[in-house]
Write a protein that binds this ligand. Structure first.
Ligand code: MN3
Length: 192
């Protein structure tokens, strides 16, 4: 793999005021970059260094897994948001949400509740599992791609994702993620 982060899909100030440039600077340039640096150091001179990131995530454990999975999860998170995002999806994905959750509103309530209740650090996800949409959470670096689930979007609920802008108010951050930031085009492309 190439041991460089993909660039952010938007400018660091493009999600303001919902997530500030300060948050994106720390989160991308410090936290995300540190996972990548640790991964690069851990794999230096090893045969696994030639593998794709997703393969490394699926075949590793311990610190190597933690850093590889956090690189993957964060890249997925950045693409799960966009400037002027939020609100309801459309088309086939909205139909599937209605089929599997009853309504968008029901999905929204359940996604927010699961993400807020995830104890300590982790992630809230919308995934496809056995042909159905599901909301799951993972702890620390855990990721649905090792569990036979296909992720459509994710919300980072580690404190570093929201503490600068929302302090301890994780629920307010998750509400903002859903109402102002979520990138349904990305989720729909993953759903296809
Ligand atoms: Mn993070």
């Amino acid at each position: 793999m190439k041991f460089e982060l993909d660039p952010l899909p938007y400018a660091k100030n493009a999600l303001a005021p919902h997530l500030t440039e300060e948050t994106l600077s720390f989160h991308y340039e410090k936290h995300h970059q540190t996972y990548m640096t640790n991964l690069k150091n851990a794999l230096a001179g090893k045969p696994e260094a030639d593998k794709a990131l997703e393969e490394i995530v699926k075949s590793s454990s311990g610190p190597l897994f933690n850093n590889a999975a956090q690189v993957w999860n964060h890249d997925f998170y950045w693409r799960s948001m966009k400037p002027s995002g939020g609100g309801e999806p459309t088309g086939a994905l909205l139909d599937a949400i209605k089929r599997d959750f009853g309504s968008y509103q029901e999905f929204r309530t359940k996604f927010a509740e699961a993400s807020v209740k995830q104890f300590a650090s982790g992630w809230g996800w919308l995934v496809v599992e056995n042909g159905k949409l599901a909301i799951v959470t993972t702890s620390n670096a855990e990721t649905p791609i090792t569990k036979g689930q296909k992720p459509l979007l994710t919300c980072d609920v580690w404190e570093h994702a929201y503490y600068i802008d929302y302090r301890n108010l994780r629920a307010k951050y998750v509400d903002t993620f859903l109402d102002k930031l979520v990138n349904w085009d990305f989720a729909a492309a993953n759903f296809k």
